[in-house]
Structures are given as C-alpha cells and as structure tokens.
Design a protein around this ligand. Sequence first.
Ligand SMILES: C[S@@+](CC[C@H](N)C(=O)[O-])C[C@H]1O[C@@H](n2cnc3c(N)ncnc32)[C@H](O)[C@@H]1O
Length: 354
Amino acid sequence: MGSARTLAQVYRHFGEVDAAGTSPLYERVAVTLSESDEALRAIEAAPARKRHPTLILAALHDLALAGRAPALAAAYATGDGDAAAAAAIDTLLSMTDSVVAIAVRRQTRTSETGRCAVLYPAIAEAARRVGANAVGLIDVGYSAGLNLHVDRVAITYSNGQSLGDPSSPVRLSSSVAGDRPIPTLAMPEVIARVGIDRDPVDVTDADEARWLRACAWPDQPERIARLESEMALAAADPPLLLRGDAVDVLPDAFARLPAGALPVVTTTWALSRFPLERRLRFLHRLDEAATDRAVAWVSLEGVGVAPAIPTLGDRRASGHSIIGLAMFDSSALQAEAVGRCWSRGRFLAWLADS
Ligand SMILES: C[S@@+](CC[C@H](N)C(=O)[O-])C[C@H]1O[C@@H](n2cnc3c(N)ncnc32)[C@H](O)[C@@H]1O
C-alpha cells in the first residue's frame, strides 16, 4: 500500500508538474493513472527502477505506434485526453506483460535539444588549438543521438550568430547567456564518425526507430517533426557503432580513425553513471591514445562529473552543466571549462577566450 501511494505521488507529480503546460495529454493520462489502484498495481509488475512515468508512457506509446493499442493510438491522434486516459488504463490492464517487457528491455531516449549547438563551437575550438584541418569524431554514450552529425545541422543562436550547415533539414537554436560571443570558426572536415555505447540505438532498425518515436510525447508535433528529420539525417549516413563498455572499446575506436584526423571524443551526459574509477580509466584511455598525436575531449556533463575539468566553483547537482575542453598530447593535459550550459544545450554561456 505504501509503495502504491508513493507511485501514485510520482505519477501525479509527473502529470501536474513535468507534463503540465507542455503535454496536456500526458498530464491527463498520468494524473488518471495516479488515481487508479488497478493501473498502479499493473505498473508495479515492472521492477522498481522501471516504473517511471516517462518509461511506462513510452512503452504504452510504443504499443500504440505498433498498432497493438488502436484505441490509444486514436486518442493520441485526436488529442482527446479523456479517451487517452481511459485507453491507457485499458492497455495497461489488458497488456500488462507487454508493457512490462518493453519497459524492462528499453531505456528512455531523449532526442536532440541543443547538444550540437554547444558541441559545435567546442569541437571547432579544439581543432583550432592544434591547427587540425580534419577531425575524427568518437561519441561515447552515443545512444541514438545526433552528436556525430554535429557538422550537418543548422544552428542559430539568440544573439544572431549561426553555425553548421544552413541548408540542413535539422534546425537547432540555442539561447546565449552573458555577453561573450560564441566562436564562429567553422569546424574542419569530419572524416570519420564512431559511436560507442553499451546499448546503442540503430535508427535504421524499424523497431528501434519506433522506440525513439515512442519516447517523444504524442502531442508535441514540433518535437516529433524534429525527431523525424534527425533520424533521416542519421539514417542517411549511419556512423560506425561499437557496442561495449567505453573504457574497453576506446582503443579500438581510436585505431579506426585515419592518421590525418584530430580525434575528438565527445561525451554528453554520458559519464554520470560511470563509477569514479571508470571515469578515471576513461581519462587514462584518452591519455594513452595521445602518445603519437593530439587528442581532444569535449564534454557536456554535470558539475564535477567529468574528471579533470574545472568546476568553476559551481555546486554539484546545481542543475546546469559544464562545457569541458581537454587537450591531450604526449607531454601534457590541458583541461578547461569553456562554458556552462542549461537544459541540454537550450541555453549556453561561453566563457573562454578564443
Ligand atoms: C544518459 S544516456 C546519454 C546519452 C546521450 N549521450 C545524450 O546526450 O542523451 C547514457 C548512454 O550511455 C550508455 N552507457 C552507459 N554506460 C556506458 C558504458 N560504461 N560504456 C558505454 N556506454 C555506456 C547508455 O547505454 C546510454 O545510451
């Protein structure tokens, strides 16, 4: 009973706080689930760490998109909150095993927000510092993200600056805080793209692409349209995906980059789940790779998460992230915080001289 009440509170909070204002459908569905003992019991069939509303609602959405929950699909299509709430409960009760199986197998995935808007200037800056005219990207904790297509998106900043490919179908914007401009240097040619993930998403696989769509909220058409254009971009030139633990796989990833390219490793909110010892070994791997050429690491991670990157005196878990730039060569490591960002890159403040 106690745990059901806790779960009820989690769903009510999600509906009334997280979804309210952005997704009337999810607000209605989550609050209705929070008030249904039967629905909460069905959700409790999933392991405790797999009961979060974002994951269960994505599992329900996945069934709707797969044609296995037609009433829910119809309610989502028409934006009818009452019908969606009733159909969500029906689906949960009649297909509990399927919902739980999806939740157990999957993790929620977020689509691009402003990651590339923050990565682009930092990667270009890394290349400038060593005079590189080509880069090879290695994205660690690749997920299904667009990080490896950072040069192929169109980015506009609130201060009027722009970067990337202006003709790209994927258009991102980011608000610049503070009065320091973003460096406008273009990134050199990207000649290799390698993604590393223990559990990567292959957007060319129909089931996996549907799961990415399922993670989007059904009444956010702009977000869904952006996801579609991101997936089309990623599917048009899929990067090399290496499956495995980053620390184990990194040497192989470096070995696959052509000799003339500056290796630039990127991590966006990927390291927080690594135990400290693995984060230090990750750093060591970058250092090892820099024996005969420079290596750069661009990180967007919570304050104090990326080893060696200064925290600027900011408190941990303070809600924003540090934009880290670390340059390794055979003699030294230079690690600095080149900026801060908020809300997965929707806002950024550039700090470094360039
Ligand atoms: C929180 S997600 C972040 C993903 C993405 N970079 C982003 O910006 O949203 C973390 C990703 O790292 C992967 N991951 C977690 N631990 C890992 C490890 N030790 N080695 C490789 N990938 C890992 C997970 O599978 C997941 O896709």
